[in-house]
Design a binder for this molecule. Structure first.
Ligand SMILES: O=C(O)CCC(=O)C(=O)O
Length: 284
Protein backbone atom coordinates (compact mmCIF):
# COMPACT_ATOMS: atom_id res chain seq x y z
CA UNK A 1 0.00 0.00 0.00
CA UNK A 2 1.19 3.49 -0.64
CA UNK A 3 -0.08 4.92 2.67
CA UNK A 4 -1.17 3.67 6.10
CA UNK A 5 -4.29 1.53 6.29
CA UNK A 6 -7.56 3.11 7.31
CA UNK A 7 -8.91 2.10 10.71
CA UNK A 8 -12.28 0.51 11.39
CA UNK A 9 -14.01 2.25 14.33
CA UNK A 10 -13.98 0.25 17.56
CA UNK A 11 -16.91 0.88 19.92
CA UNK A 12 -17.97 -0.48 23.32
CA UNK A 13 -21.45 -0.02 24.81
CA UNK A 14 -22.77 0.83 21.34
CA UNK A 15 -26.52 1.48 21.37
CA UNK A 16 -28.63 -0.21 18.72
CA UNK A 17 -29.88 3.21 17.67
CA UNK A 18 -26.32 4.45 17.02
CA UNK A 19 -25.50 1.16 15.27
CA UNK A 20 -28.41 1.63 12.84
CA UNK A 21 -27.80 5.34 12.29
CA UNK A 22 -24.00 5.41 12.00
CA UNK A 23 -23.26 2.00 10.56
CA UNK A 24 -26.23 0.30 8.87
CA UNK A 25 -27.59 3.47 7.23
CA UNK A 26 -24.13 4.84 6.42
CA UNK A 27 -22.86 1.39 5.32
CA UNK A 28 -19.81 1.76 7.58
CA UNK A 29 -18.18 -1.20 9.33
CA UNK A 30 -17.73 -1.24 13.10
CA UNK A 31 -16.01 -3.49 15.61
CA UNK A 32 -18.29 -3.84 18.64
CA UNK A 33 -16.55 -4.78 21.88
CA UNK A 34 -18.38 -6.86 24.47
CA UNK A 35 -21.35 -7.75 22.24
CA UNK A 36 -20.88 -11.47 22.87
CA UNK A 37 -20.19 -11.30 26.59
CA UNK A 38 -22.96 -13.79 27.47
CA UNK A 39 -21.95 -16.41 24.91
CA UNK A 40 -20.70 -19.67 26.33
CA UNK A 41 -18.76 -20.06 23.08
CA UNK A 42 -16.16 -17.68 24.54
CA UNK A 43 -15.18 -20.64 26.77
CA UNK A 44 -14.56 -22.96 23.84
CA UNK A 45 -11.33 -24.95 23.99
CA UNK A 46 -10.22 -27.71 21.63
CA UNK A 47 -10.99 -30.26 24.38
CA UNK A 48 -14.50 -28.86 24.98
CA UNK A 49 -15.28 -29.06 21.26
CA UNK A 50 -13.92 -32.60 21.05
CA UNK A 51 -15.87 -33.77 24.11
CA UNK A 52 -19.10 -32.22 22.89
CA UNK A 53 -19.11 -32.86 19.13
CA UNK A 54 -15.78 -34.57 18.32
CA UNK A 55 -17.45 -37.69 16.92
CA UNK A 56 -19.65 -35.80 14.46
CA UNK A 57 -18.77 -35.88 10.73
CA UNK A 58 -18.66 -32.39 9.22
CA UNK A 59 -18.59 -30.98 5.70
CA UNK A 60 -16.58 -27.85 4.97
CA UNK A 61 -15.98 -25.75 1.86
CA UNK A 62 -12.59 -25.68 0.09
CA UNK A 63 -11.41 -24.30 -3.26
CA UNK A 64 -11.44 -27.92 -4.48
CA UNK A 65 -15.09 -28.49 -3.49
CA UNK A 66 -16.74 -29.81 -0.35
CA UNK A 67 -14.62 -31.97 1.96
CA UNK A 68 -15.56 -33.88 5.08
CA UNK A 69 -14.00 -35.40 8.15
CA UNK A 70 -14.55 -36.27 11.79
CA UNK A 71 -14.76 -32.97 13.64
CA UNK A 72 -12.48 -34.12 16.51
CA UNK A 73 -9.73 -35.18 14.07
CA UNK A 74 -9.94 -31.88 12.23
CA UNK A 75 -9.74 -29.96 15.52
CA UNK A 76 -6.60 -31.93 16.43
CA UNK A 77 -4.97 -31.13 13.08
CA UNK A 78 -5.70 -27.42 13.50
CA UNK A 79 -5.07 -26.86 17.22
CA UNK A 80 -2.67 -29.65 18.15
CA UNK A 81 -0.64 -30.30 14.97
CA UNK A 82 2.96 -29.02 14.76
CA UNK A 83 3.18 -25.44 13.54
CA UNK A 84 4.49 -26.39 10.08
CA UNK A 85 2.10 -29.33 9.52
CA UNK A 86 -0.64 -28.58 6.96
CA UNK A 87 -4.10 -28.22 8.44
CA UNK A 88 -7.49 -27.71 6.79
CA UNK A 89 -9.28 -24.36 6.81
CA UNK A 90 -12.74 -25.30 8.05
CA UNK A 91 -15.14 -22.99 6.21
CA UNK A 92 -18.93 -22.61 6.20
CA UNK A 93 -19.89 -25.35 8.67
CA UNK A 94 -23.62 -24.71 9.28
CA UNK A 95 -23.94 -25.01 13.06
CA UNK A 96 -27.64 -25.86 13.36
CA UNK A 97 -27.44 -28.59 10.74
CA UNK A 98 -24.01 -30.08 11.45
CA UNK A 99 -23.10 -29.33 15.06
CA UNK A 100 -26.47 -28.65 16.73
CA UNK A 101 -25.08 -29.24 20.24
CA UNK A 102 -23.08 -26.00 19.86
CA UNK A 103 -26.03 -23.77 18.96
CA UNK A 104 -26.89 -23.04 22.62
CA UNK A 105 -23.36 -21.64 23.03
CA UNK A 106 -24.02 -18.77 20.59
CA UNK A 107 -27.03 -17.32 22.40
CA UNK A 108 -28.42 -14.73 23.00
CA UNK A 109 -28.50 -13.13 19.57
CA UNK A 110 -26.79 -9.72 19.80
CA UNK A 111 -29.28 -6.86 19.79
CA UNK A 112 -27.67 -5.44 16.61
CA UNK A 113 -28.74 -8.42 14.54
CA UNK A 114 -32.23 -8.99 15.95
CA UNK A 115 -34.08 -6.97 13.35
CA UNK A 116 -32.74 -9.26 10.65
CA UNK A 117 -34.85 -9.67 7.55
CA UNK A 118 -33.25 -12.93 6.48
CA UNK A 119 -36.43 -14.69 7.54
CA UNK A 120 -38.77 -11.89 6.39
CA UNK A 121 -42.01 -13.07 4.78
CA UNK A 122 -41.12 -11.19 1.58
CA UNK A 123 -38.04 -13.33 1.03
CA UNK A 124 -39.08 -15.36 -2.03
CA UNK A 125 -39.13 -19.05 -1.20
CA UNK A 126 -36.99 -19.97 -4.23
CA UNK A 127 -34.05 -17.80 -3.13
CA UNK A 128 -30.98 -19.75 -1.99
CA UNK A 129 -30.57 -20.74 1.67
CA UNK A 130 -27.41 -18.63 1.99
CA UNK A 131 -29.48 -15.50 1.49
CA UNK A 132 -32.53 -16.19 3.57
CA UNK A 133 -31.95 -19.04 5.97
CA UNK A 134 -31.17 -18.80 9.65
CA UNK A 135 -27.62 -19.88 8.93
CA UNK A 136 -24.78 -19.48 11.45
CA UNK A 137 -21.55 -20.74 9.92
CA UNK A 138 -18.42 -21.79 11.78
CA UNK A 139 -14.91 -21.07 10.46
CA UNK A 140 -11.87 -22.65 12.16
CA UNK A 141 -8.35 -21.90 10.93
CA UNK A 142 -4.77 -22.32 12.02
CA UNK A 143 -2.38 -19.42 12.73
CA UNK A 144 -1.00 -17.89 9.48
CA UNK A 145 -3.78 -19.32 7.30
CA UNK A 146 -5.37 -16.91 4.83
CA UNK A 147 -8.88 -16.89 3.42
CA UNK A 148 -8.26 -17.61 -0.29
CA UNK A 149 -9.66 -14.48 -1.92
CA UNK A 150 -10.95 -10.93 -1.49
CA UNK A 151 -14.69 -10.84 -2.10
CA UNK A 152 -18.12 -9.47 -1.31
CA UNK A 153 -20.45 -12.10 0.08
CA UNK A 154 -23.06 -13.94 -1.96
CA UNK A 155 -25.58 -11.51 -3.52
CA UNK A 156 -23.81 -8.61 -1.81
CA UNK A 157 -24.90 -9.62 1.67
CA UNK A 158 -23.87 -7.78 4.80
CA UNK A 159 -22.62 -9.92 7.67
CA UNK A 160 -21.59 -10.22 11.29
CA UNK A 161 -18.30 -11.89 12.26
CA UNK A 162 -18.30 -13.11 15.88
CA UNK A 163 -14.76 -13.92 17.01
CA UNK A 164 -14.71 -16.68 19.63
CA UNK A 165 -11.18 -18.05 19.83
CA UNK A 166 -7.82 -16.63 18.68
CA UNK A 167 -7.26 -13.60 16.47
CA UNK A 168 -7.99 -12.77 12.87
CA UNK A 169 -7.01 -9.74 10.82
CA UNK A 170 -9.78 -8.60 8.50
CA UNK A 171 -8.86 -6.59 5.38
CA UNK A 172 -11.74 -4.51 4.02
CA UNK A 173 -12.37 -2.15 1.09
CA UNK A 174 -15.53 -0.06 0.52
CA UNK A 175 -17.86 -1.35 -2.23
CA UNK A 176 -17.18 1.62 -4.51
CA UNK A 177 -13.52 0.64 -4.69
CA UNK A 178 -14.58 -2.23 -6.98
CA UNK A 179 -12.96 -0.63 -10.08
CA UNK A 180 -9.63 -0.61 -8.20
CA UNK A 181 -9.90 -4.23 -7.10
CA UNK A 182 -9.79 -6.09 -10.43
CA UNK A 183 -12.98 -8.15 -10.28
CA UNK A 184 -12.69 -11.57 -11.90
CA UNK A 185 -14.49 -12.16 -15.19
CA UNK A 186 -16.36 -15.18 -13.78
CA UNK A 187 -17.61 -13.47 -10.63
CA UNK A 188 -17.79 -9.71 -10.15
CA UNK A 189 -17.94 -10.20 -6.36
CA UNK A 190 -14.44 -11.76 -6.31
CA UNK A 191 -11.11 -9.96 -6.84
CA UNK A 192 -8.12 -11.29 -8.78
CA UNK A 193 -5.71 -9.84 -6.22
CA UNK A 194 -4.35 -12.34 -3.71
CA UNK A 195 -1.49 -10.51 -1.95
CA UNK A 196 -2.12 -7.40 0.13
CA UNK A 197 1.03 -7.24 2.28
CA UNK A 198 3.32 -7.03 -0.74
CA UNK A 199 0.96 -6.27 -3.63
CA UNK A 200 1.92 -6.52 -7.28
CA UNK A 201 1.34 -2.87 -8.26
CA UNK A 202 2.86 -3.52 -11.68
CA UNK A 203 -0.03 -5.83 -12.45
CA UNK A 204 -2.64 -4.03 -10.32
CA UNK A 205 -1.78 -0.30 -10.44
CA UNK A 206 -5.28 0.89 -9.50
CA UNK A 207 -4.94 -0.91 -6.16
CA UNK A 208 -2.87 2.08 -5.01
CA UNK A 209 -6.04 4.19 -5.06
CA UNK A 210 -8.16 1.69 -3.10
CA UNK A 211 -8.96 2.53 0.53
CA UNK A 212 -7.68 -0.51 2.40
CA UNK A 213 -8.99 -0.88 5.97
CA UNK A 214 -7.59 -3.33 8.49
CA UNK A 215 -8.88 -4.47 11.86
CA UNK A 216 -7.88 -7.34 14.16
CA UNK A 217 -10.68 -9.17 15.94
CA UNK A 218 -10.21 -11.16 19.16
CA UNK A 219 -12.41 -13.21 21.50
CA UNK A 220 -15.73 -11.50 22.26
CA UNK A 221 -15.50 -9.03 19.34
CA UNK A 222 -18.37 -8.62 16.88
CA UNK A 223 -17.48 -7.09 13.50
CA UNK A 224 -20.26 -5.67 11.31
CA UNK A 225 -19.36 -5.76 7.63
CA UNK A 226 -21.88 -3.78 5.53
CA UNK A 227 -21.17 -5.73 2.34
CA UNK A 228 -17.65 -4.36 1.90
CA UNK A 229 -14.95 -6.28 0.09
CA UNK A 230 -13.14 -8.48 2.61
CA UNK A 231 -10.64 -11.24 3.22
CA UNK A 232 -8.91 -12.50 6.37
CA UNK A 233 -5.58 -13.60 7.83
CA UNK A 234 -5.57 -15.81 10.91
CA UNK A 235 -3.06 -14.39 13.38
CA UNK A 236 -3.71 -16.84 16.24
CA UNK A 237 -5.52 -20.15 15.67
CA UNK A 238 -9.09 -19.08 15.43
CA UNK A 239 -12.80 -19.91 15.61
CA UNK A 240 -15.31 -17.45 14.15
CA UNK A 241 -19.07 -17.65 13.64
CA UNK A 242 -20.43 -15.66 10.68
CA UNK A 243 -24.00 -14.90 9.64
CA UNK A 244 -25.70 -12.72 7.04
CA UNK A 245 -27.69 -9.62 7.88
CA UNK A 246 -30.40 -7.68 6.08
CA UNK A 247 -33.00 -5.20 7.21
CA UNK A 248 -35.14 -2.53 5.62
CA UNK A 249 -32.18 -0.17 5.40
CA UNK A 250 -30.39 -2.64 3.13
CA UNK A 251 -33.37 -4.02 1.25
CA UNK A 252 -32.90 -2.00 -1.92
CA UNK A 253 -29.28 -3.07 -2.05
CA UNK A 254 -30.26 -6.74 -1.70
CA UNK A 255 -32.80 -6.42 -4.48
CA UNK A 256 -30.28 -4.84 -6.83
CA UNK A 257 -27.80 -7.64 -6.16
CA UNK A 258 -30.47 -10.32 -6.41
CA UNK A 259 -31.67 -8.97 -9.76
CA UNK A 260 -28.10 -8.86 -11.08
CA UNK A 261 -27.58 -12.46 -9.93
CA UNK A 262 -30.76 -13.51 -11.73
CA UNK A 263 -32.61 -14.33 -8.51
CA UNK A 264 -35.55 -12.01 -9.07
CA UNK A 265 -37.63 -11.30 -12.15
CA UNK A 266 -37.68 -7.62 -12.98
CA UNK A 267 -41.49 -7.38 -13.10
CA UNK A 268 -41.45 -8.15 -9.36
CA UNK A 269 -39.08 -5.33 -8.57
CA UNK A 270 -41.38 -2.24 -8.57
CA UNK A 271 -43.79 -3.55 -5.88
CA UNK A 272 -40.85 -4.52 -3.70
CA UNK A 273 -39.28 -1.12 -4.07
CA UNK A 274 -42.57 0.58 -3.21
CA UNK A 275 -42.75 -1.53 -0.10
CA UNK A 276 -39.20 -0.61 0.85
CA UNK A 277 -39.93 3.06 0.28
CA UNK A 278 -42.93 2.84 2.60
CA UNK A 279 -40.93 1.06 5.30
CA UNK A 280 -38.04 3.48 5.10
CA UNK A 281 -40.40 6.42 5.34
CA UNK A 282 -41.64 5.25 8.71
CA UNK A 283 -38.33 3.85 9.93
CA UNK A 284 -36.72 5.25 13.01
O1 LIG B 1 -13.40 -15.66 8.61
C1 LIG B 1 -13.00 -15.99 7.51
O2 LIG B 1 -12.20 -16.86 7.39
C2 LIG B 1 -13.49 -15.26 6.30
C3 LIG B 1 -14.88 -15.65 5.96
C4 LIG B 1 -15.43 -14.85 4.86
O3 LIG B 1 -14.83 -13.97 4.34
C5 LIG B 1 -16.77 -15.11 4.41
O4 LIG B 1 -17.40 -16.06 4.86
O5 LIG B 1 -17.26 -14.36 3.57
Amino acid sequence: MSGPFHAVPVKANLSNEEFLREHVLQRQPVLIKGALKDWNALNWTPQYLKDKVGARPVRYRTEGGLKSGRFGDLIDLIFNGSSDAPAPYLRNIGLAEQLPELVADIRPEPVYSRNNWRSHFLMPSQWPPEVKKDLYELFISKADASFPYLHIDYWGMSSFLAQLVGEKEVILFPPDDAPNLYQTVENRLVSEIKAFDDPDYGRYPRLRSARQHRVTIGPGDLLYNPAWWHTTRTRRTSATVIWAYWNRHEWTHLLEEARRAGGIRSRLLPPYLLFVGACNRFAE
